[in-house]
Design a protein around this ligand. Structure first.
Ligand code: TYD
Length: 232
């Protein structure tokens, strides 16, 4: 059992930074990246990781579902196997719990900046808004999985690459074989996008919305400018 993991039945022990003001350096921060499939997060995550590493920061790049051997095995199931909405949500949050306990919390504790490709906002957007899964139940799972003695572990910053689903569909058409989510129709992604918009509106201080409908260079420039405005 790794540091910070509670025995079964005991209160989960995750250090939390939720609610605290964003510090002027990303060290020790959890930064998450969100958006519908095809929004183009990956290249920007890689660029940020390189830039912050060059600045001497310890950078941990990871993703959800996934990030640990167990969570990657669960990812494979969630992306490929048919299952009902509750099974899907439970597996995603199980993967998240393992990822938090085994990887994210230990990395944050050493002062790393953790760059995570998707996190709980994706569950509210995809399972909640997209699939119509009960939002209260998702909130309960969030509390179970992310609760620690100092509160809920939440991202310090969430970068939302916002894109029109029609543009995303054109981009995805040229991509590899679609998984269970990428196979959904455009109406599904309109709901997911609306789900992200609702999360952003509810917590504007945590979210950074970037217009992902522009060229890769312009999206990168907008992201850099927004981060510079925070002193990052
Ligand atoms: P994605 O992050 O897009 O990876 P890739 O770029 O390799 O396709 O794929 C993960 C998929 O998982 C994505 O379609 C959204 C879905 N997902 C959820 O439905 N709920 C969640 O909570 C998370 C983290 C992901």
């Amino acid at each position: 059992m790794s540091a910070g993991v509670a025995p079964a039945g005991a209160a989960p022990r995750l250090e939390a930074s939720g609610g605290s003001p964003v510090p002027s350096t990303p060290a020790g921060c959890l930064v998450t990246f969100e958006g519908i499939d095809g929004a183009g997060k990956s290249s920007h995550i890689g660029r940020l990781a390189e830039r912050w590493q060059a600045r001497g920061l310890q950078v941990e790049r990871t993703r959800e579902p996934g990030g640990t051997p167990l969570a990657e095995a669960l990812r494979e199931l969630v992306l490929q196997q048919p299952m009902d909405a509750l099974t899907e949500a439970l597996l995603i949050f199980a993967a998240r719990r393992d990822h938090l306990c085994q990887r994210i919390e230990p990395a944050l504790a050493t002062g790393a900046v953790v760059l995570c490709d998707r996190f709980t906002d994706a569950s509210f957007a995809y399972q909640g808004a997209g699939r119509g899964f009960d939002l209260d139940l998702l909130s309960t799972l969030e509390r179970w999985v992310q609760q620690g003695p100092a509160g809920l572990r939440q991202p310090d910053l969430t970068i939302w690459f916002d894109l029109d689903p029609a543009i995303a569909a054109r981009r995805l058409a040229a991509a590899r074989a679609p998984d269970r989510f990428e196979q959904q129709d455009e109406a599904f992604f309109h709901r997911v996008r609306a789900g992200y918009a609702a999360r952003c509106a509810a917590e504007p201080a945590r979210f950074l919305r970037i217009d992902a409908g522009q060229s890769l260079d312009q999206v990168g420039a907008d992201l850099d400018a927004a981060l510079a405005a925070r002193g990052w």
